[in-house]
Design a protein around this ligand. Structure first.
Ligand SMILES: NC(=O)c1ccc[n+]([C@@H]2O[C@H](COP(=O)([O-])OP(=O)(O)OC[C@H]3O[C@@H](n4cnc5c(N)ncnc54)[C@H](O)[C@@H]3O)[C@@H](O)[C@H]2O)c1
Ligand SMILES: O[C@H]1[C@H](O)[C@@H](O)[C@H](O)[C@@H](O)[C@H]1O
Length: 329
């Protein structure tokens, strides 16, 4: 039975993540249903739509966004497609949950921040799902309530068994390290002001030309240091751990947990993220916000840090993050 009050959602890009979000919306999330599915690969869209009674395929992504039977949009297309699709959501005044990264460079992300700021409502949530993971929330609370004393250092490990063939060294930063960027901002409530990326000898099993692993060092505005190992061709499994070291002690989350991939590892976080988003969109007309989680500014901040990271990858030198002040928006 479909509820006439359900949020009607279009999902654009039904590859690994998009198909997972479709299944989540169809089976786990309350208050929403998928009405429209879009993918540049028509057979993929048809195949996923076949699993969701009541959904239809719309071949053009912009027609899917504008469709009358669509109240809100989930974007799970690749990062380079996000800019135009997010702007189309803003133009249609439709709330959007945009998978990370918001865009692949800070200039386009900032343009989106500014365009949204011209409106009376916030429409854009970015899929930094770790903010909804119960362990990350617990770690953040321990930092905020002083359990660890003043936080001093953070250590992050982010490993994937493998990545798609088109993954390049910059994507290790913009698609993978970007999660550690957001986690740093979320846990420490601090901006990252400089990045250094070091290149260890590459994994012999990595595709030729892919710099993997990479070691990142973030410096925050208040002087904290965060190191992050990103290693996306381990051949083993999905591993993510984070340790905060404070003046009164340290806490690690994720230790010893190895999953097949991100879907299994962060299933609770994706479910909670989606349910919060659906709730925010359904209640948003009165509150002036269709967002309950990281927004366009967080997407921009992450893009700015990643751009500094990509520059540092070339030289190994420390690169300052070039970011506008939030108050200037
Ligand atoms: N939050 C997370 O942990 C997480 C995990 C995986 C992927 N992601 C993000 O989700 C997005 C998709 O990643 P994925 O791993 O599912 O990739 P994928 O390649 O498996 O799927 C992308 C899909 O989008 C389709 N597509 C490409 N260009 C399109 C366009 N312009 N319009 C419509 N469809 C288009 C492709 O045909 C493909 O089916 C990326 O932004 C990625 O960074 C986030
Ligand atoms: O798009 C994916 C996703 O964001 C995963 O969470 C991350 O571990 C991968 O490295 C990345 O390629």
């Amino acid at each position: 039975m479909t509820d006439p009050h359900d949020l009607r959602v279009a999902v654009l890009g039904v590859g690994i993540m998009g198909a997972d979000h479709v299944a989540r919306l169809a089976t786990t999330i309350s208050g929403a249903r998928v009405t429209v599915i879009n993918d540049v690969v028509a057979e993929r869209a048809e195949s996923v739509a076949g699993t969701v009674p009541g959904s239809r395929v719309v071949a053009d992504p912009f027609e899917a966004i504008a469709a009358d039977d669509v109240d809100a949009v989930v974007l799970a297309t690749p990062g380079p497609a996000h800019e135009k699709q997010v702007l189309a959501c803003l133009a249609a005044r439709k709330p959007v949950l945009c998978e990370k990264p918001l865009t692949t460079d800070p200039a386009t992300a900032l343009d989106i921040v500014r365009r949204e700021a011209e409106l009376d409502t916030t429409f854009i949530q970015v899929g930094f799902m770790r903010r909804f993971d119960h362990e990350y929330q617990r770690l953040r609370a321990m930092v905020a309530d002083g359990t660890l004393g003043t936080p001093l250092l953070m250590h992050c490990v982010h490993r994937n068994a493998s990545v798609p063939a088109h993954f390049d060294s910059a994507m290790v930063i913009k698609d993978s390290l970007v999660h550690e960027v957001d986690v740093t901002r979320f846990i420490l409530d601090d901006e990252i002001v400089a990045v250094t990326i070091r290149r260890p000898a590459p994994n012999p099993a990595a595709p030729p030309g892919l710099q993997d692993p990479q070691l990142a060092l973030f410096e925050t505005a208040s002087g904290k240091l965060v190191d992050a190992e990103v290693f996306v061709t381990t051949g083993v499994g999905y591993e993510v751990r984070t340790e905060v070291v404070g003046e009164l002690g340290s806490t690690t989350i994720g230790a010893g947990k190895i999953s097949a991939d991100f879907r299994a590892h962060f299933a609770q976080a994706y479910d909670t993220e989606m349910q919060h988003w659906v709730g925010a969109v359904r209640g948003g007309a009165s509150s002036g916000s269709y967002v309950d989680g990281p927004g366009a500014w967080d997407g921009y901040a992450a893009a700015a840090v990643c751009a500094a990271g990509v520059r540092s990858l070339e030289t190994g030198e420390r690169v300052a993050v070039d970011m506008v002040r939030r108050s200037s928006i």
